[in-house]
Design a protein around this ligand. Structure first.
Ligand code: HEC
Ligand code: HEC
Length: 165
């Protein structure tokens, strides 16, 4: 049979041909995609050429009006509505807990960290904040007055108006 005459040579030849073909196909697909790829996110640096000197835009100001912001869905970590300038958050010091810990909320008037913040990874409620929730700013962030980079079409599932109604 033909295939058994020079099994090694033809096998190798087919392999090489396959590799070259699929390699160039990937390159071609890549080139086509790069040309037609939609620019989903605008560059943070704006339209200035990356190698030119451009004036630095002013830093956006955090919103610190002390008004608790409605959550967009129940599991959302609420955003921080107050200033956190110079609030130390290190292994030894946690300024946030000076107000938000259960024991201190009566004096501070701050909302207590919720019960999930006391749960260890087995769901056991422990006496104080769990190490998993110690670094507050890993989840809770401030908002700023910066204009959004991309348009946001998010709609609250309960506030969406049905056009037929
Ligand atoms: C001096 C006390 C104090 C400190 C320190 C403090 N907070 Fe607060 N926090 C408050 C109070 C009071 C509120 C209620 C809203 C308001 O008055 O600003 C609040 C509200 C919040 C809320 C909104 C809760 C909700 O349900 O909307 C978050 C999130 C929060 N703080 C996180 C933090 C984080 C993270 C830190 C540390 C970086 C921190 N806080 C430090 C007093 C404090
Ligand atoms: C791993 C993410 C995560 C970390 C870290 C974290 N939180 Fe939260 N936090 C959440 C989520 C999610 C919610 C809302 C759902 C819930 O209560 O679990 C929340 C809710 C809260 C609330 C609102 C409580 C209420 O009953 O309205 C406060 C206040 C808060 N967190 C403060 C803090 C503080 C202070 C720290 C740091 C000690 C912290 N959080 C660390 C995710 C986190």
């Amino acid at each position: 049979m033909r295939g058994q005459d020079h099994p090694d040579l033809s096998g190798l030849g087919r392999c090489l041909l396959g590799a070259v073909l699929s390699g160039s196909l990937i390159l071609l697909a890549g080139a086509i995609y790069a040309q037609n790829a939609p620019r989903i996110v605008p560059r943070v640096t704006g339209n200035a050429s990356p190698m030119n000197e451009a004036p630095i835009p002013p830093i956006a100001r955090p919103i610190t009006d002390d008004r608790r912001v409605m959550r967009n869905y129940p599991e959302q970590p609420p955003v921080i509505p107050h200033s956190i300038d110079n609030y130390q958050l290190t292994l030894r010091t946690n300024r946030c807990l000076d107000c938000h810990r259960r024991q201190y909320t009566e004096a501070s008037g701050a909302p207590m960290i919720s019960v999930t913040h006391f749960m260890d990874r087995d769901g056991q409620v422990i006496a104080d904040v769990t190490p998993r929730r110690y670094f507050c700013t890993a989840c809770h962030v401030q908002q700023t007055d910066a204009a959004p980079l991309v348009q946001n079409t998010f709609q609250d599932m309960l506030l969406v108006r049905d056009p037929k109604q």
